[in-house]
Design a binder for this molecule. Structure first.
Ligand code: ARG
Length: 403
């Protein structure tokens, strides 16, 4: 094993990374610096400090990254209306490059020669962390204990914890918890009974949304203001990116919006089943499409929709810091110059629906589209020729086929 002098560990304070911290200290016998990011996971972070202190960590970093997360990662992604495999809003995928960026920053600052993370050897997150580190600090080593140690399962992990007197948290029902990843954009839950896609997810899996069946019987109408493709206000009140997403998470959660039970294809090659809750993000996707519908030119909108699956896949697969993602981002960002205005959204029993939209830059022309008589220059005879020319090849094709 190559000698490592100093390691920066991405540390949540949870069971896995607490065990990893101990394992790194014992295996490498070097200083371990912990880095803990507040991404709005809704957990107290001070206990993480206390636990790291107890494990003898001298340099403990706890940083609030909520605004950077939403402003520099979530919002750029939302400009693309990004969905992986048509449904997943990429809540875990988009957080990894941000964490990696800061891990690398701390590594440079303290002169560490390696970073470590607690992602398992079967998931996407290891790929995302490490590709981001490669792109930002090519010579930095990455330690992935889950791929190195001989702990092979959650059960063995719990045994290791017991042996080393590391307290094992349990969920509200006294059971070992699901694998959960949460931040301001989403909560993702995997593992245990969810590993059988034929099993219906039990109710207690859901953390931040009510069951749509139990949501209020009266709809709630809200407005979301957009400026150049990014949401800037809710109900006329300007908010910072993180505050705005927090507000919409509250509203969406109360109305049961943004639940998703999905079997997805991991980059690494297997299918996995997870439960996602993305209340605010779901409202924003709907509202953003609403404002784009009146402000984007047709061809521009369709081009965006064509590249969207590709862009989403790049983020899912961990290529945030890659030239092709940056190229697509430039295209997407340029499309947003006039995507400003207000969208009214109705929240009701699990659904967010656009019910009206306005923009000073609207391309919508009532005069042009109206069923009534209008003075706008539109010659109905043009449509006749337009259809005739488009139909020409269909006529040849049908005649050849003998219809
Ligand atoms: N499958 C999701 C993704 O790859 C979430 C992964 C992390 N979630 C978890 N519960 N461990 O983006």
């Amino acid at each position: 094993m190559t000698k490592i002098e100093k390691i920066v560990l991405s540390y949540s304070g949870g069971l896995d990374t607490s065990i990893i911290l101990k394992w790194l200290q014992e295996t490498y016998r070097c200083e371990v610096v912990t880095f803990t990011a507040d991404l709005g996971q809704g957990e107290e972070l001070e206990p993480a400090r206390a636990k790291a202190e107890m494990s003898g960590v001298k340099d403990i970093r706890i940083v609030d990254l909520r605004e950077e997360f939403v402003n520099d990662f979530v919002f750029p992604m939302l400009r693309a209306n990004a969905l992986y495999e048509g449904q997943y809003l990429l809540g875990s995928s988009i957080a990894r490059p941000l964490i990696a960026k800061h891990l690398v920053g701390v590594a440079r600052e303290v002169g560490a020669d390696a970073v470590a993370h607690g992602a398992t050897g079967k998931g996407n997150d290891q790929v995302r962390f490490e590709l981001a580190v490669n792109a930002l600090y090519p010579s930095l080593k990455v330690i992935a204990p889950w791929r190195q140690w001989n702990v092979r399962s959650r059960t063995q992990l719990l045994e290791y914890a017991e042996k080393h007197h590391i307290p094992v948290p349990s969920d509200k029902r006294g059971e070992a918890p699901f694998s959960i990843d949460a931040n301001l954009l989403h909560t993702s839950t995997e593992g245990k009974i969810l590993e059988n896609p034929a099993e219906v997810a039990p109710d207690h899996v859901y953390q931040r949304t009510v069951d749509p069946l139990e949501a209020p019987d009266t709809p709630e109408i809200i407005t979301v203001g957009f400026e150049r493709g990014d949401p800037v206000s809710v109900n006329g009140k300007s908010m910072t990116p993180a505050a705005l997403l927090t507000e919409l998470n509250g509203l969406g959660g109360r109305h049961g919006i943004g639940r998703l039970d999905l079997v997805e294809n991991r980059f690494i090659g297997m299918k996995s089943r997870g439960i996602y809750e993305t209340p605010g993000g779901t409202i924003l996707l709907t509202a953003h499409r609403g404002i784009e519908s009146i402000t984007l030119d047709r061809a521009a909108a369709h081009l965006k929709d064509e590249i969207m699956p590709r862009y989403a896949e790049l983020i899912y697969n961990g290529f945030w810091f890659a030239p092709e993602r940056e190229m697509l981002q430039a295209l997407i960002d340029q499309s947003q110059a006039f995507v400003s205005g207000e969208v009214t959204v109705r929240l009701y029993k699990g659904s967010a629906s656009v019910i009206s939209r306005t923009s000073p830059w609207s391309l919508y022309s009532a005069d042009l589209v109206t069923f009534e008589d209008s003075a706008v220059a539109y010659d109905h005879h043009d449509a006749e020729g337009f259809i005739r020319l488009n139909g020409l090849r269909l006529k040849s094709w049908a005649a050849r086929n003998g219809r």
